[in-house]
Design a protein around this ligand. Structure first.
Ligand code: UD1
Length: 366
């Protein structure tokens, strides 16, 4: 009898994590995977585009939940997902990352007595004001299989009392996707389309509530960007949340006045990978981008006070610089002057993480 596993995606950063798992299941005939999209992200450029570019099979179900407050979104996902688990009676539910879809579906699974696998377990920013930190802590607390990307994740889980039998250091599925798509990304014409010269531009992403929902913090960040864009073009694929906040605040005018800050719609996976690969520097508040730039060996300035991915700063190209304009500009100048530190590759970030996960699940669920 085959082992049924329901795999969950909801928001943009989930798609590159699930893609290599769906591919790895194909080599494991004993597992019957189902893919459920909660609908947390629904715009073409935040969702469908990634399925096409990454060759992810169409979801078996879309719960169509969409945007709402945290409580409403989480609750709606739970209500919609429960009948799916009851109908399919899977051996396990697999969730990735730290978004609301992750905890919502995890909670439904364990309450119905279904085993829960969490991919990207154990990461901690130790900042409980981040919604993702709450999602991470809670999902890990109820998971049966905790797949870690880096040693800090293993250490955090042990400290929280998780038994060693449940913890597996397997590497990074997001990096599986990066390595599998690097050559294809190279073929895109995004640099030509934006008239960019390799090595002579910066890439920016901003979407964390702590940065973009508070006009004081967003204003500080803009101060730094005003200086940097005088030096080189900044490409800024803009998240819908950030676009809305800028449009609704007085800061929109300041952004419009920066002639070298090039706002664009959210980029596709392949186009964004190429943009990062050839950038002089990447400025971001994303989690995954800290990891991707580590493998690309492109300097990354993380515009946050902390990181839940410390290996990217220890041996990768990441620097956690906060949101003070003076600190951001100083770090930028250091990086541009060529004083970037030598960087290495974190253990097991080798493109094989999904295979390791599927092998473990097949053995343990048999
Ligand atoms: C979510 C994740 C965050 C992740 C991010 C990546 C949580 C708590 N947060 O944040 O960890 O880094 O995704 O993007 O799960 N919107 C659209 N179209 C869409 C999706 C969203 O316009 O397809 C707009 C809506 O106005 C919505 C807002 O973006 O209210 C926020 O969306 P939401 O899914 O609540 O959180 P993100 O900020 O995207």
């Amino acid at each position: 009898m085959s082992i049924k596993i329901i795999n969950i995606v909801g928001a943009r950063p989930n798609f590159m994590k699930i893609a290599p798992l769906m591919a790895a299941y194909k080599d494991c005939p004993g597992i019957e995977p189902l893919l459920v999209h909660t609908g947390q992200h629904y715009d073409e450029r935040m969702s469908d585009l990634f399925f096409r570019q990454l060759g992810i099979p169409a979801p078996d179900m879309n719960l169509g939940v969409g945007s709402a407050s945290h409580a409403a979104q989480t609750a709606e996902i739970m209500e919609a997902f429960e009948p799916v688990v009851l109908e399919h009676k899977p051996a396990a539910v697999l969730v990735v990352g730290d978004v609301n879809s992750t905890i919502a579906c995890g909670l439904v699974a364990v309450k119905l007595g279904v085993k829960l696998a969490h991919v990207e377990a154990g990461l901690r920013s130790f900042d409980r004001t981040m919604p993702e930190e709450i999602n991470r802590i809670l999902t890990d607390a109820i998971s049966d299989f905790l797949f870690c990307t880096e040693q800090s994740g293993v250490d955090n889980l042990r400290r929280e009392g998780v038994s060693d039998q449940k913890i597996f250091l397997v590497g990074n599925v997001m990096i599986d996707t990066l390595l599998a798509n690097r050559a294809k990304a190279q073929e895109t014409k995004i640099l030509e389309a934006l008239h960019l010269t390799p090595g002579k531009y910066a890439v920016l992403t901003l979407h964390r509530p702590a940065n973009v929902d508070d006009p004081a913090v967003l204003g500080e960040l803009l101060e730094a960007l005003e200086v940097i864009q005088r030096d080189m073009p900044i490409v800024f694929p803009i998240h819908p949340r950030t676009r809305r906040n800028l449009a609704e605040s007085a800061l929109g005018g300041r952004v419009a006045a920066m002639t070298n800050l090039r706002m664009m719609d959210p980029a596709g996976y392949l186009e964004f990978l190429k943009l990062m690969a050839h950038a002089a520097v990447v400025l971001t508040d994303s989690g995954g981008i800290q990891e991707e730039t580590t493998i690309l060996k492109v300097p990354c300035l993380t515009l946050r006070q902390n990181t839940e991915r410390p290996v990217t700063a220890q041996i990768g190209s990441n620097r956690v610089v906060g949101t003070r304009p003076a600190n951001i500009v100083a770090a930028y100048r250091e990086v541009i002057s060529g004083k970037a530190k030598p960087t290495g590759t974190p253990p097991l970030w080798d493109g094989q993480a999904a295979q390791r996960i599927v092998k473990i699940l097949a053995e343990k669920l048999a």
